[in-house]
Ligand binder design. Structure first.
Ligand code: MRU
Length: 425
């Protein structure tokens, strides 16, 4: 079983709810989504708000929540009383006007988070269905969009499993070629697991595969996976809150580090003959060298440049300094943007200052999260960690150039560059 970020059901009632990831790992609460985008006084909580507000996050999960929110809104408009259509400003008596309204709502949704291309890719596919549906039967249109979204969900899960397999294969091929023996570790950033997808995960899916098929007791090779190092992932802490939670849940051995520790850690683990600091090394759970940095992606463009969580680029620079560390970008093909030539043209989302200066955490009661006596909810507190009224820069993503990437793993294959350094995506 894996953690479930998205719950969608088409029968007996159409319903969509998402795990409120702002509150993970403190508590697991689901929130229902009733619309594509907010309509004051009409909707309670929309896909747009869930995505923009980071209640749900991770490129594939954003796409799936976005597409399902379209299904939910259409269901309301078509299947509840006539008032709903009016409130949502759809004209049920004119199919063309209905479609125009739907396209307008989808365009609004796409704007919620601009860097992750999966949402735009999924929504553009739905827009094609809307435009191509010549029949004025709106029920038919609804069913096609429902089917598309359900398939997307199923395909995403299967893609994750295949990314896991292909990533595992790449890692085995590299280590065999180098005649590597013994334990190795991997590093990752952000959260790319079940919570960021339909389930299982991309980069974290590869780590799950390593644990499942290449840990000491499972490996049939002379090498084995021993340890994972997730970076905390400031400012939003997807690494410490979500990835640490998933790794713990999956019982995968790991040690959490902050985003400014990778160089010191790698220097200690990988410079076997001449450790910079034996003392620091002694307190680590594993001494296995880091051989792979495995990251997810929000957008991979035509030349292989990859946008991912801020902090990814610096990890790629580090891997360049160490010949033996391979940098892997893992993503389903829904993350590929064939229309953009290179990373310079990727729009980088800038997020609110508060994300950097404030943090949401749980109040503690001894070694447990403190609960409110009546509601039994965990008591959450937002605290500030910086002076008031200061300048803050908060780009959510950075771009890793293809020159720094050794391998791109998709559900179809693992891709390495040709002899002239070009990825053929
Ligand atoms: O801001 P987030 O949490 O949505 O950022 C997520 C990432 O950067 C992930 O690495 C990426 O979306 C891939 S998730 C499988």
């Amino acid at each position: 079983m894996s953690l479930q970020a998205i719950k969608f059901s088409a029968t007996p009632e159409v319903s969509l709810s998402i795990l409120n990831q702002l509150q993970v790992p403190y508590q697991s609460k689901y929130i229902a989504i009733d619309s594509i985008a907010p309509l004051p006084g009409v909707t309670k909580f929309s896909g747009y708000e869930a995505i923009k507000g980071m209640y749900t996050r991770g490129a594939p999960a954003i796409m799936l929540v976005g597409c399902f929110s379209i299904v939910v809104e259409l269901n309301r408009v078509l299947h509840s009383d006539i008032g709903s259509a009016q409130q949502y400003k759809y004209n049920l008596n004119d199919a063309e006007s209905f479609k125009r309204r739907l396209l307008e709502r989808i365009d609004e949704l796409i704007k919620s988070r601009p860097t992750a291309v999966n949402l735009a890719n999924g929504c553009e596919e739905i827009k094609k269905i809307v435009v191509s549906e010549k029949n004025s039967d709106l029920e038919l249109l609804y069913n096609r969009i429902l089917q598309f979204s359900e398939n997307l969900y199923k395909e995403d899960y299967q893609s994750n499993i295949n990314i896991g397999k292909n990533g595992l294969q790449y890692i085995k091929d590299v280590l065999k070629k180098e005649n590597f023996k013994g334990p190795f570790s991997v590093m990752t950033i952000c959260n790319t697991g079940s919570l960021a997808t339909s389930g299982y995960g991309t980069a974290l899916g590869i780590i799950r595969h390593l644990h499942q098929y290449l840990s000491k007791d499972k490996s049939t090779d002379q090498f084995y996976f021993e340890h994972a190092y997730p970076c905390e992932t400031r400012p939003y802490n997807q690494g410490s809150r979500l990835t640490a939670y998933e790794l713990q849940y999956e019982k995968i051995p790991f040690t959490l580090i902050t985003d400014n520790m990778p160089s010191f850690l790698i220097d200690n683990l990988n410079r076997k003959e001449q450790h910079t600091n034996q003392g620091a090394l002694a307190s680590l759970a594993s001494n296995a060298p880091i051989r792979f940095i495995i990251v997810g992606s929000d957008r991979i463009v035509k030349n292989g440049d990859l946008a991912n969580k801020i902090g990814t680029f610096q990890l790629s620079l580090l891997s360049k300094l160490y010949d033996e560390i391979k940098f892997i970008g893992a993503a389903p093909t829904t993350t590929i943007d064939y229309n953009t030539k290179s990373g310079e043209d990727i729009k980088i989302e800038e997020r609110p200052k508060d994300e950097l200066t404030m943090v949401l955490g749980a109040k503690m009661n001894g070694n447990s999260f403190a609960e409110d006596k009546e509601s039994k909810d965990v008591v959450l507190e937002r605290v500030r960690m910086a002076p008031l009224d200061i300048g803050v820069w908060n780009p959510s993503f950075d771009v890793t150039p293809h020159q720094n990437i050794d391998c791109i793993v998709t559900e179809k294959e693992y891709l390495v560059k040709d002899s002239s350094g070009v990825f053929h995506l």
